[in-house]
Ligand binder design. Structure first.
Ligand code: 9MR
Length: 333
């Protein structure tokens, strides 16, 4: 039951006379929409976080902010740090929206995954039309350096590179690969390490959900090779955009991916038409690997998902925790 404002005010007046700081009140059920925090349960398992993506448009709507405060321990800006939002023309940076997300996270003691510096999608035309190596190198270095410097010391991990592989495990065609070849990987990670030496630097991708799949194997082969060359890669992120039944392969896939880098994470999980076993398997996929630091789901409620059909998230459109939420909680016990 919610306490009335009068009760709260008189209680805090009493406590403020005491020599100790007032303890943080436990979020009431009506605000948190779920019985228990999946982040706390994840931390109790020795992991760093259970998170979600968000941005100011979501934080100012409905129960998103209350749910994230109460149940999640990490946020990824869903769109606000992307190239088309932050450097629309060369050298002209805009951080107001991303700053708001970072402020929400730091004010509420949530870890942040920075997302993302080098990605072929949501990329302004002025970048994709660059066709000489020297210019593109400088442009990548400046973009990576400026973003990581902006929030230096505040970001737990950065998706430095996003979705660079094709389904066959070779490089995807992109301005980065087409102009610079493989060297853009080293250029981006070295700039990132220099700009924020404490941030964990990740390479992130989707369809890494089966160990034997060519793209999963391509990620593993390349990351091992790059790390052996001294390229500063700390982690592999597996996005985890799944459909019913795919959870079954997740433990095997994460075993393979997590063996290839110092740390690993599930970074954008959603499961269309999920069976309970899918969520259980996804949680196990991380918990089974000692170096899997956390799980992030890609949104709070189904209707705000980038692919709402199949209700892929943990809260329904009325912001109520779904049975999937309780399945996740049970898998974390
Ligand atoms: O959820 C994001 C959606 O709001 C954007 O319109 C979309 C644009 O490409 O990006 C979505 O997030 C993507 C993420 O940044 C990278 N992996 C795939 C995600 C789903 O498309």
């Amino acid at each position: 039951m919610k306490l009335s404002l009068v009760t709260l005010l008189s209680a805090s007046a009493l406590v403020s006379a005491a020599p100790f700081a007032e303890p943080e009140p436990e979020p009431v059920l009506e605000d948190r929409q779920a019985a228990q925090s999946i982040h706390d349960a994840m931390v109790a398992k020795g992991r760093k976080y259970f998170g979600t993506c968000t941005d100011p448009n979501r934080l100012s709507t409905g129960s998103n902010s209350a749910i994230i405060k109460a149940n999640f321990g990490q946020v990824t800006p869903e769109n606000s740090m992307k190239w088309d939002q932050t450097e629309t023309s060369r050298g002209s940076f805009k951080f107001t929206t991303a700053d708001e997300t970072v402020k929400f996270a730091t004010d509420n003691k949530k870890l942040i995954r920075g997302h993302t510096t080098v990605w072929h999608s949501q990329l302004p035309g002025w970048v994709s039309s660059i066709n000489d190596k020297a210019t593109l190198t400088t442009v990548i270095q400046n973009h990576v350096t400026t973003l990581l410097t902006r929030w230096k010391g505040q970001i737990y991990a950065w998706d430095v590179l996003n979705e660079i592989f094709a389904e066959n495990g070779n490089f995807r065609s992109s301005v980065f690969y087409n102009v610079l070849g493989e060297s853009f990987v080293k250029i981006a990670f070295e700039a990132a390490r220099k700009a924020d030496p404490d941030a964990k630097l990740y390479i992130n991708d989707y369809n890494l959900d089966t160990a034997s799949y060519a793209k999963t194997q391509g990620m593993i082969r390349n990351v091992k090779n790059w790390i052996s060359q001294g390229i500063p890669i700390d982690g592999i992120g597996s996005q985890g955009h799944l459909t019913a039944g795919q959870g079954a392969n997740a433990p095997g896939a994460m075993a393979a991916l997590c063996a290839a880098a110092p740390e690993c994470a599930l970074t954008e999980v959603d499961i269309q038409n999920a069976q309970a076993s899918d969520w259980t398997n996804v949680v196990k996929a991380c918990l089974n690997q000692a170096n899997c630091v956390g799980i992030t789901v890609w949104g709070v409620r189904d209707s705000d998902s980038w692919r709402p059909s199949g209700n892929p998230l943990l809260f329904d459109s009325g912001y109520k925790a779904k049975s999937s939420y309780n399945t996740v909680l049970a898998a974390l016990q």
